[in-house]
Design a protein around this ligand. Structure first.
Ligand code: NAD
Ligand code: TDX
Length: 339
């Protein structure tokens, strides 16, 4: 079988990390390169069990550092790029938007330029449903690939900007690209600033769980492994230039999510603390995944089976998240929530 080189950016983070492990296991004939700056959100301990594999490689670099990135592409001549690296947390983008533009917009443009120089076979840009803005609470409405881009947060605006650059490099230079726009992910190695791992870790420590506003905002949840399988399919089968939405029809209010976790862990709902709402808080996200389903994808987890697996993973891997929440995270949490 032909050997291929695949560059995964952001492979020390949550989704990129799961994707690196998925690729290293599934494709021994590929050399998988994990390129990551190791920001607060990146950690390599999750890859201990694969770091000695011959088909796994790690490069520490900033995607926005042009010279380093171009030199790396010239040396390795990657066949595929799957681009996850980003600043990913909406709340952080509200307090400090600048780094979101630098990493998500400038970093993506540098990667696109480098990809052109070596004529990559495919560049997959991992984006988000948040670029479409928000839906109201009418359950018959969904985001399709044709929904106009109306991002509301600095995070989603930076992702929408990078989506447009990816589109332009396809139209202008003929770079073979796909854009995937996935709903909210959850699962192993989710950084505990995000709702689900934050709730699990705090409930396990009998600490208050902050719920923004009235808790009625809706997110459409997908297990990270189902997202990885979707990206694998789009990488190999996606038609160049196309956008694919990824989602499994699992809409939940935030309050439902928090209550499910509390119930599964046998704790009291008195741990719920309603706090000041997020600025510009999007009401509802919901994906229509028909186009991806026609390509041959379907999710393996329901929300019930996925959340049970995830809670069990956090119980079995306390060391991983306890080490994170005992560090710099403490300052972040206090500044964000003041309790
Ligand atoms: P994450 O924050 O867990 O991981 C991001 C990774 O990128 C980290 O390892 C970090 O070190 C790395 N990184 C940050 N800046 C970098 C830079 N300048 N150079 C190199 N590496 C850098 O994020 P995630 O939740 O895994 O999201 C991954 C991608 O998927 C993002 O592009 C995000 O927009 C997209 N996405 C996320 C979700 C979700 O629910 N988490 C849903 C849809 C799409
Ligand atoms: O403490 C909290 N309390 C709360 O009520 C936090 C952190 C969140 N929330 C609410 C806000 C959202 O309605 O829970 C919902 C989920 O919040 P996040 O976990 O921050 O995710 P979200 O803002 O929906 O964005 C996520 O999904 C799309 C990812 O972080 C993005 O990277 C991805 O693009």
């Amino acid at each position: 079988m032909e050997r291929k080189k695949i560059l995964v950016t952001g492979g020390a983070g949550f989704i990129g990390g799961n994707f690196v492990q998925y690729m290293v296991d599934k494709y021994p004939q590929y050399d998988t390169y994990n390129l990551d700056l190791l920001t607060y959100a990146g950690d390599l301990t999750k890859h201990k069990h694969i770091e000695t594999r011959e088909n796994y490689h790690f490069v520490k670099a900033d995607i926005a550092e042009r010279e380093t990135i171009v030199a790396l592409f010239e040396k390795e001549k990657f066949d595929y790029v799957v681009h996850f690296a980003a600043e990913s947390h909406v709340d952080r983008s509200i307090t400090d938007p600048g780094v979101f533009v630098q990493t998500n917009v400038v970093g993506t443009q540098v990667l696109l330029d480098a990809s052109r120089t070596v004529d990559v076979t495919k560049f997959v840009h991992v984006s988000t449903d948040e670029v479409y803005g928000e839906l109201d609470f009418d359950p018959t409405t969904f985001f399709t690939e044709d929904t106009p881009l109306q991002p509301n947060s600095p995070y989603s605006a930076s992702k929408a900007s990078s989506d447009l650059l990816v589109r332009a490099y396809n139209e202008t230079y003929g770079l073979p690209v796909n854009i995937t726009r996935c709903s909210n992910n959850y699962g192993p190695y989710h950084f505990p600033e995000k709702l689900i791992p934050l709730t699990i870790s705090r409930v396990l420590n009998e600490q208050k769980v902050p719920v923004y506003g009235d808790g009625k905002n809706i997110r459409d949840w997908l297990h990270v492994i189902d997202h990885c399988a979707a990206i694998d399919l789009v990488l190999h089968e996606g038609i160049s230039g196309e956008v694919y939405n990824v989602g499994g029809h699992n809409e939940q209010t935030n309050l439902e999510v928090v209550k499910t976790i509390i119930k599964t862990l046998g704790k009291s709902e008195e741990l719920i603390e309603f706090v000041k709402d997020r600025l510009g808080h999007d009401k509802r996200y919901a994906i229509d995944p028909t186009k991806l389903e026609k390509l041959g994808w379907k999710p393996t987890y329901t929300f019930d089976t996925g959340i049970a697996q995830t809670i069990q993973w956090y119980l079995d891997n306390r060391e991983w998240w306890e080490q994170i929440i005992s560090g710099e995270y403490q300052n972040y949490f206090q500044n964000q929530y003041s309790f």
